[in-house]
Design a protein around this ligand. Structure first.
Ligand code: SF4
Ligand code: SF4
Length: 465
């Protein structure tokens, strides 16, 4: 029996001081010069340790403060305040929100599950995956503990054409072609983000992380460097039909991805000639007509379909439709066409948190491709300066590959543990069973409909009093 899959993590410090959520503002004007100033009573010695980071032009106080608010409450003239840091508040956008970015930094630094304190302070419904809850009714069973190993919970999934049953020959050996499947120990593949101040060293670090985790990194073909030695099987070349270069495909690549185009079949034929043993995935954009494209791909011999949403987890042609409904729609179409069980549906676009992985799978994905979190793990602030040719405030391109790899391993270690927690609480012991398991989840739209649709209606034979 293979060894249990565990992702071992260890603290990997930031290279730069992260933007703190809140800042200390201490006014001098009106100070009474008390014999014992509240600043000297800070149990963390924040005011004593205070300094200026000359490189980042940053006051260290905001990162040192532990938010106990003692100094704020005890200053007799109320000269000390804590307020939200405007630079922090401006980070990212509506989807890549500051709190999500900070949480990803924390997970990459510590490898631990983020804990936000007692109780849940946020809204109970919102757009996209936020309007979906998992049924955690098995959470009371103490033996269902995937992290500490009292019960084995597998996060492994298969990519490719999974046979509906196994066949054996007369000698008792497995018959049929099992080379059509790749199994990976967690349902997460990595992908190079669409922008970022990344360099060859960064990609080398991501490849090291992919190898360590047993997953793969999808990389545009033009970014594949001859210096990436012995990593073909951890690399997914992303082929653009108009830029296909048969010489730049690692011969040991296990999976090759092609972007959808009208002539995708010709490109796939060329790829199969260049790399006969590799599986092929075709990427289709999440937009009107994607269900028909998915069915036609499968009917024409493609067994891995990659459904790509926008960077913000929405449809490309409709900003009001989210990844959740796109995955459900394609999954159910494949079920209806009786094609679902033998094929793999990969999903990407806006996957920002561990819970998105579980929810995407519940909606019908077999696995997800994650891009920006791999970069945010390297302290990216989603400022987009790199898209304008400006310097990166955290100099990602200068980060050594070993640091890059360790940060990404920590991030996915924390995500893996969260996935085990969710599956354990749902009573599911195998990630393959999570796929399409909508019966173990609740959708806000359904609950709202069932609760309120009948309100105000009067059934025949009854009268309102
Ligand atoms: S809020 Fe607490 S930790 Fe922060 S500076 Fe004041 S006393 Fe120190
Ligand atoms: S921090 Fe800003 S400049 Fe650097 S990679 Fe991220 S988005 Fe680009």
């Amino acid at each position: 029996m293979p060894a249990k899959y565990m992702i071992h993590t260890k603290p990997v410090p930031h290279r730069n001081k992260p933007l703190a959520r809140s800042g200390v503002i201490a006014w001098e004007e009106g100070c009474l010069k008390c014999a014992v100033c509240v600043k000297t009573q800070c149990v963390y010695d924040v005011y004593k340790k205070r300094g200026l980071d000359c490189r980042q032009m940053m006051d260290s106080i905001d990162n040192l403060c532990m938010n106990c608010l003692r100094c704020v409450q005890n200053c007799p003239r109320e000269l000390i305040h804590k307020s939200l840091n405007p630079e922090y508040r401006e980070m990212g956008d509506i989807h890549w929100a500051p709190d999500i970015i900070a949480s990803l930094w924390y997970q990459a630094e510590t490898g631990k599950i983020p804990v936000s304190g007692a109780g849940y302070p946020g809204p109970f419904s919102g757009p996209g995956f936020d309007s979906m809850w998992t049924d955690m009714s098995e959470i009371v069973r103490p033996t269902r503990d995937g992290i500490h190993g009292r019960e084995y919970i597998s996060a492994a999934v298969d990519l490719g054409k999974t046979p509906s049953h196994l066949s054996f020959n007369d000698a008792g050996e497995l018959a049929g072609d099992i080379s059509l499947v790749i199994d990976i120990p967690l349902p997460i593949l990595m992908r190079v983000p669409s922008f970022g101040a990344t360099g060859e060293e960064t990609i080398r670090g991501w490849l090291m992380a992919a190898k360590h985790l047993g997953t793969m990194l999808a990389l545009p073909q033009k970014m594949i460097s001859p210096s990436f030695d012995n990593v073909g099987q951890w690399l997914i070349p992303l082929v653009l039909p108009e830029e296909f270069d048969s010489d730049n495909i690692p011969r040991d690549a296990r999976l090759i991805e092609v972007a959808w185009s009208e002539n995708w079949q010709e490109v796939v034929k060329d790829i199969k000639e260049a790399c006969p043993s590799g599986l092929i995935s075709v990427r289709i954009p999440m937009e009107a007509g994607m269900e028909e494209k998915a069915v036609s791909l499968i009917e024409n011999g493609i067994f891995i379909v990659h459904l790509e949403g926008s960077r913000n987890g929405r449809f490309f042609d409709d900003d009001n439709r989210y990844l959740k409904s796109g995955i459900l729609s394609v999954h159910l179409k494949l079920v209806e066409a009786n094609l679902r069980d033998e094929v793999t549906l990969l999903v990407s676009g806006g996957i920002a948190m561990a819970e998105h992985v579980a929810k995407a799978m519940i909606c019908g994905a077999d696995a997800v491709m994650v891009d920006f979190p791999c970069q945010i793990a390297l302290e990216c602030r989603m400022c987009r300066r790199c898209t304008e040719g400006l310097s990166c405030p955290v100099e990602i391109e200068r980060a050594p590959s070993s640091w890059v790899a360790a940060r990404v391993v920590n991030l996915f270690g924390a995500w893996h543990n969260q996935l085990l927690e969710v599956m354990g609480a749902m009573g599911i012991r195998d990630a393959r069973r999570l796929r399409g398991e909508t019966g173990r989840s609740m959708f806000f739209e359904d609950l709202e409909r069932s609760t309120f649709t009948s309100l105000g209606k009067v059934e025949e034979g009854y009268e309102l009093e």
